[in-house]
Each structure stands twice: as structure tokens, then as C-alpha cells.
Design a protein around this ligand. Structure first.
Ligand code: FAD
Length: 490
């Protein structure tokens, strides 16, 4: 099968597929349209300062994924310390909170004394009443995310902590987002659980661990997530695999409507070439894939053409540490109604090695938008100005004297969305399943809200099938179908 498996995309899914194929003795050829591997999980370096556009916590319930990460970047130990080794995974503490009306709230939200004190008596009373009302008289037929969340948390708590942020992220009202989205994302969360959690905390009040109860540990590469993927890519090429950067898939030739004969690639200079192939593993967005395949039935074209995505902009801002209010969070959700940013990342707290100078604080302000919309098209200088204004508004800095430098990153198709024509997605899947030599993997490759580990597992399932380890091609689509994964862990 040498040189006969083409992989589209050099993100976690594509690279995992290439690495696993090599291990099975198959030499893969991978094409990546950008100049860097890692996809959404890349690390962007700006003057020695690193940006993780996620940020990406390395967590997985799959031992196979954990072993993969450990093989590439072993975990730090006293015998293998981070100060002396670069190919290393750090163990980091997690803290993430919500900033709302000038106060910090735990994330996930805890219903404890501090939360109620911050909310004030009147709002707490309203939240309690509307929760009771939701329990006594729930919306009978939940259609939308708004219905789902109101039934679980009560209208007032939903409006205070969920509604505006969710709308900011997705760009559409919660009424237009299907209920199923909530089922997957917040299944483990409920007011009852939050109250139980708060009670447990009270019992543990004399326990010295109480303050760290919301701080979990997670693994993180010394130089951000891209560091791991760069090492995987290095091993693929040294093992004989081929990775072509700046090479975009721009077409396919097919026979009998269900077999891909070749892929058409285009390099940076616009030069095109046709590469015959026996198997195609694709992690490129399904919407783009359908556009490139010849003779796709019009109804499938129409559904795929309207699959929605959400894009975002990160403004990386370098600040003088002496002028920044100290924050221990990895990231903070910004619920302030008058601010446009959705979250702020403090990269120093992900890994101290993300910053070039320890006397600086390196933050990333995230703005959710739509590729091509007015915000997406804003001039970089305007975006940097906005970032600085918003940093002052949340009182992270006093004024512009803290500002040292900034950069802007636009990330397209960061989130595959589950509205628009997504409810007809099965038709696309059924159509693509007819191709006997096409395997769809990854996040946008399956149009599924996959984390890195899910994206990797889809790649592993594809390779297992291709190399004869398993017999069921459908297994590739069975990754990340359990309901409860996300919110419990993110
Ligand atoms: C804000 C955010 C936070 C996240 N946090 C976490 C987290 O904490 N933990 C976690 O595990 N996961 C997290 N994720 C998810 C993680 O980033 C993705 O699951 C993972 O990167 C998906 O890998 P992939 O290879 O499927 O896709 P991608 O990373 O999107 O890679 C696809 C690659 O294909 C390339 N490509 C596209 N079209 C073409 C073409 N026509 N020709 C050639 N190449 C092409 C792209 O350039 C890209 O490099 C987060 C994602 C986001 C956006």
C-alpha cells in the first residue's frame, strides 16, 4: 500500500492517521494547506511568545490516546524535569472562572455562599423562584437549547449565566440551537448537582484542600499543543512518510461515482498536480470536500453548502507584568454585557515556557465571529485597540502604559455548528459512505464537536480498518457519540 494512502489535513486527526499508518508499515502522504502542522491545535509563535488558540487541555478517557501522547512527550518527573528537557508534557493546575458584572464566579458555576453574595439578595431570590417555577411547570416539549437550559436551571439562572455567552459563541439566539446540543454539552450539570457540590464544600470547610477543589490538574506540552504535533510530524518524515505543507486539495477525480481515483493538489504558487491514490483519509471540512467532489446530487450539495461553522479571532497582547493585576486563571469567560470578547487566556498560566520574557504577561482575547463579517474584516490595528480598551474595562490593566506588543490571528471554522442544515447531515453521510476508499476523520472532517482525543480516535479507527485490524468501517463514526463527555471535563 506504499504511497497509496493520501491524507488530507495536518491537524491532530491527519497526523495521527499518518503516524499510525507508518507504525503499521504503510507509508502515508499527507497534504496540509497551511505552512504549519497542528491544525486548530497548533502553537502560533509571535516574537518568541506562543499562542495556543484553544487553549488545549490534554485530557482523554482513552488509554490509547494517553499512551500516544506519553510516547511523544513523556510527562515531567523529578528524573526528567522540564527545566532540562523540551520534549516533555507538564502537569498543570487548572483554574477557569466566569467574570460577570465585575465579580468572578467559579466555572463550572457553583451555587455556594460566594456566588450568592456576588449576585446579591434580589437576584438570588429571582433565581430561586424561577428555578422552582421551572421544576413545577417545565416546558413540556423541549425544542431548543433555550428550552433545555431553562428547564434545568430556571429562566433567571439561564439568562444570567448561559444565554448571552452562548449567543456570543454561536452568533445565533439559543432559541435557534437544537436541544440536543445542550444534552451533549451540559448533561452532567444541574442545579441539584451544584447544590450537592456546595454542601460537600461546606462539610470540607476545614479541609486544607477546599480552596483547590475547583482546580484540577491537566497535561500540557511545554511549548503548547503544537509542540506535540510538530514532534509527531518530525517522526513521520524521519520514518519515511511525506508531509507536503502549503499544499491544498482542490479537486478529485472519481470513477463510477463511488471511488476516488486521484486527488488534485495546488501549491503556494498556484501550480496544480494530480496524484493517483488508492485510499483517501480526509480531515478537511465536509462542506469543502463536497464542493470538490464531481457529480454530487443537488440535494446533498445544498445541505453541505449550508453547514454552519463559527470562526474566531484571537488578539494576543503582551503586557508589562508590573502593571497587570495578578490572575491565576488559565482562562476566564467574559460575561460582561458591554464587552465583545468572549474569553481571555493567560498563556503564562498554561505553561511558563509560552512566554519569551518572564517579566511579561501574555494574554489572548477571543472574539467569536463569522468569516468575512464586519468584525472578521476589521483592521488589525482596530482589533488591537479594542483589545486594550477591553483589558482596561475588566481592570486587568490600568491603562495603555502596560501594553508592550500585540498580534492578531484569524481562525476559520473553529467550531462546526449543529444548526442550519445540520439536522439533515445524515444525507451527506449516507452519500459519502458510498465511496469505498474515502475515510472521514477529525472535527470538521466529520462536522462533529470533537476534541483532540476524539479526532485522534477517528483517525485510529480509520487506520485499524485500512490495515485489516478491524472489519467495521462504521466504527470511525462511533467515536464521541456518548452524551456526557464534554462538560464534565472541560
Ligand atoms: C477554542 C478551541 C478550544 C479547544 N480546546 C480543546 C481542548 O481543551 N482539548 C482538546 O482535546 N481539544 C480542544 N479543541 C479541539 C481541537 O482543537 C480539535 O479537536 C482538533 O484540532 C481537531 O483536529 P483535526 O485534525 O480534526 O482538525 P484541524 O485541527 O482543524 O486540522 C485540519 C487541518 O486540515 C487542513 N485543511 C483544511 N482544508 C484543507 C485542504 N483543502 N487541503 C489541505 N489541508 C486542508 C487545515 O489547514 C488544518 O490544518 C479545541 C478547539 C477550539 C477551537
Amino acid at each position: 500500500m506504499d504511497n497509496k494512502v493520501c491524507i488530507i489535513g495536518g491537524g491532530p486527526a491527519g497526523l495521527t492517521a499518518a503516524y499510525e499508518l507508518l507504525k503499521a508499515g504503510v507509508v502515508p502522504q499527507l497534504f496540509e494547506k497551511s505552512g504549519q502542522v497542528g491544525g486548530l491545535s497548533k502553537t502560533v509563535v509571535y516574537k518568541g511568545n506562543r499562542i495556543d488558540i484553544g487553549g488545549h487541555r490534554f485530557f482523554s478517557k482513552s488509554q490509547r490516546v494517553v499512551d500516544f501522547w506519553q510516547e511523544i512527550l513523556p510527562l515531567e518527573t523529578p528524573a526528567y524535569p522540564a527545566a532540562e528537557n523540551d520534549l516533555i508534557m507538564l502537569l498543570r493546575r487548572r483554574l477557569s472562572r466566569i467574570l460577570f458584572l465585575g465579580n468572578f464566579y467559579d466555572y463550572p458555576l457553583s451555587l455556594n455562599k460566594r456566588t450568592f453574595a456576588n449576585l446579591g439578595l434580589a437576584r438570588t431570590f429571582k433565581i430561586g423562584c424561577s428555578y422552582l417555577a421551572a421544576r413545577l411547570n417545565p416546558i413540556k416539549q423541549e425544542h431548543s437549547l433555550a428550552d433545555f437550559l431553562s428547564n434545568r436551571f430556571g429562566r433567571e439562572l439561564y439568562a444570567t449565566f448561559f444565554r448571552d455567552y452562548t449567543q456570543k459563541v454561536w452568533g445565533v439566539p439559543c432559541e435557534e440551537i437544537p436541544r440536543d446540543w445542550g444534552v451533549q454539552r451540559v448533561k452532567g450539570l444541574s442545579v441539584t448537582r451544584a447544590i450537592l457540590h456546595a454542601l460537600k464544600q461546606m462539610v470540607k470547610v476545614h479541609n486544607k484542600h477546599v480552596e483547590t477543589s475547583l482546580i484540577e490538574e491537566f497535561k500540557y506540552p511545554k511549548f503548547g499543543p503544537g509542540h506535540l504535533w510538530e514532534e509527531v510530524a518530525r517522526r513521520i518524515t524521519t520514518g519515511g512518510g511525506r508531509i507536503s505543507l502549503h499544499t491544498k486539495i482542490v479537486g478529485f477525480t472519481t470513477s463510477s461515482g463511488c471511488h476516488i481515483d486521484s486527488i488534485v493538489v495546488e501549491d503556494e504558487t498556484g501550480k496544480r498536480g494530480e496524484i493517483p491514490t488508492e485510499q483517501v483519509i480526509s480531515s478537511m471540512p465536509i462542506r469543502d470536500l463536497i464542493k470538490l467532489l464531481p457529480d454530487v446530487p443537488p440535494d446533498v450539495q445544498q445541505i453541505a453548502g449550508q453547514l454552519p461553522y463559527r470562526d474566531f479571532i484571537t488578539v494576543g497582547v503582551l503586557l508589562d507584568r508590573t502593571q497587570v493585576a495578578p490572575l491565576q486563571d488559565n482562562w476566564v469567560y467574559i460575561q460582561e454585557p458591554d464587552l465583545i470578547m468572549g474569553r481571555i487566556q493567560i498563556f503564562n498560566n498554561w505553561s511558563p515556557y509560552m512566554v519569551a520574557e518572564q517579566n511579561t504577561v501574555w494574554v489572548g482575547l477571543e472574539y467569536f465571529c463569522q468569516e468575512g463579517d464586519d468584525f472578521w474584516s476589521l483592521d488589525d490595528d482596530r482589533l488591537k485597540e479594542l483589545a486594550l480598551t477591553e483589558l482596561s474595562k475588566i481592570k486587568l490593566v490600568k491603562d495603555s502604559s502596560a501594553f508592550l506588543d500585540a498580534t492578531v490571528i484569524r481562525e476559520e471554522k473553529a467550531y462546526p455548528a449543529y444548526f442550519g442544515t445540520y439536522n439533515q447531515f445524515q444525507e451527506i453521510q449516507t452519500y459519502l459512505a458510498k465511496f469505498d476508499n474515502l475515510y472521514l476523520i477529525g472535527r470538521n472532517g466529520q462536522h462533529r464537536y470533537n476534541n483532540m482525543d476524539h479526532s485522534m480516535l477517528t483517525a485510529m479507527a480509520a487506520v485499524d480498518f485500512l490495515t485489516g485490524k478491524t472489519q467495521a468501517k462504521e466504527a470511525i463514526w462511533q467515536v464521541n457519540t456518548e452524551d456526557s463527555y464534554h462538560e464534565e471535563k472541560k
